[in-house]
Design a protein around this ligand. Structure first.
Ligand code: C2E
Ligand code: MG
Ligand code: MG
Ligand code: MG
Length: 290
């Protein structure tokens, strides 16, 4: 009877899934169609070295460009995840980013390009194979890539996620724990996952200049990152006051509206060229960095 129960529950889920998927014009079907039509496109938010003021890379943040407007990820990622469309969507975003930024990144090998992944991507090595396939032969090197795993969602299997992370690192990429301080994993993820970078959530940056106790959390995260020898990136920096505070605490890297919002490819390329003009040769950049 246990078997029959299992089969019935399975059928019920399959039925619900089919109803969601195949309802004419249903949102999941729209996402699949949108991927086929190439409507999911990355915007790029500049990442800045707040000590030198230099552009050191960007984070790819997906947008859904539809006839009725540009839709932000918060409105479709959860659905794409529930239906499995997140996987082909992620590959589409990486492929588009490779094509948008290949020339720039080939010219400026010190720039880094970050992608957001979801917990499901860390369950097996498929994503590693696909990343290699997408970037193989492109001017963007694996050592220029960063992959972000969010702390907002629980990972199914930490040991397996650790394997995926190690493989990405062996290939030369860096891995960041995103939204640190907001989620499930907390300190245990920092200990177990072996990430290179910690991204402090905007929520804590917002606290700068407000409540005393929240700022204490910023200070602790900065110290934690330093003690663990992790790079710290502050997210969502909007004011000079926040920037000044972070700099004074020894934070080196930040992104936020105080510099720029996520930009469409053409605007990001313009900005990158203004900050690193095309005549600036690779040798000059390397000498400058030394
Ligand atoms: P995230 O990875 O933590 O990205 C940072 C979010 O903060 C982005 O929102 C960005 O636009 C926003 N942000 C950056 N600076 C500021 C600021 O100064 N002020 C304010 N108010 N907001 C700022 P966005 O683009 O809406 O993305 C939201 C989340 O959706 C991301 O959070 C990430 O978790 C997810 N996401 C975005 N693109 C992708 C993707 O390609 N794949 C996956 N799996 N998730 C994605
Ligand atoms: Mg992120
Ligand atoms: Mg690197
Ligand atoms: Mg974040």
């Amino acid at each position: 009877y246990a078997n029959i129960g299992g089969v019935l529950v399975g059928l019920l889920f399959a039925l619900i899934y089919a109803m969601i998927t195949f309802r004419g014009g249903g949102p999941v079907r729209e996402i699949a169609d949108g991927i086929r039509r190439g409507e999911f496109e990355p915007y790029y938010q500049p990442v800045i070295d707040i000590v030198s003021g230099k552009l050191i890379g960007c984070e790819a943040l997906v947008r859904w460009r539809r006839r009725d407007g540009v839709i932000p990820p918060g409105r479709f990622i959860p659905l794409a995840e529930a239906s499995g469309e997140i996987y082909p969507m992620t590959l589409a975003v990486m492929t588009k980013a490779r094509d948008d930024l290949g020339a720039l990144y080939g010219r400026l090998p010190h720039l880094e390009l970050g992608f957001n992944l979801v917990a499901g991507h860390f369950d097996n090595l498929d994503i590693v194979d696909d990343v290699q396939r997408i970037f193989d032969g492109s001017p963007i090197r694996m050592s220029q890539l960063m992959f972000e795993v969010t702390e907002r969602q629980p990972l199914q299997n930490i040991a397996r996620a650790r394997v995926v992370i190690s493989r990405l690192q062996q290939l030369g990429a860096r891995v960041a724990l995103d939204d640190v301080g907001t989620g499930h994993g907390g300190l245990s993820y920092l200990l177990k996952l072996g990430v290179d970078v910690m991204k402090m959530d905007k929520m804590f940056v917002d606290a700068i200049g407000t409540e005393r106790y929240s700022v204490a959390i910023v200070d602790s995260l900065v110290k934690l990152a330093a003690d663990m020898r992790l790079e710290l990136i502050a997210e969502g920096v909007e004011t000079f006051e926040q920037l000044q505070y972070l700099r004074q605490k020894g934070v080196r890297v930040a992104q936020g509206y105080v510099f720029a919002p996520p930009l469409p490819a053409a605007s990001f390329l313009q900005l990158a060229d203004a900050m690193h003009p095309a005549h600036e040769t690779r040798a000059a950049v390397d000498a400058d960095d030394a």
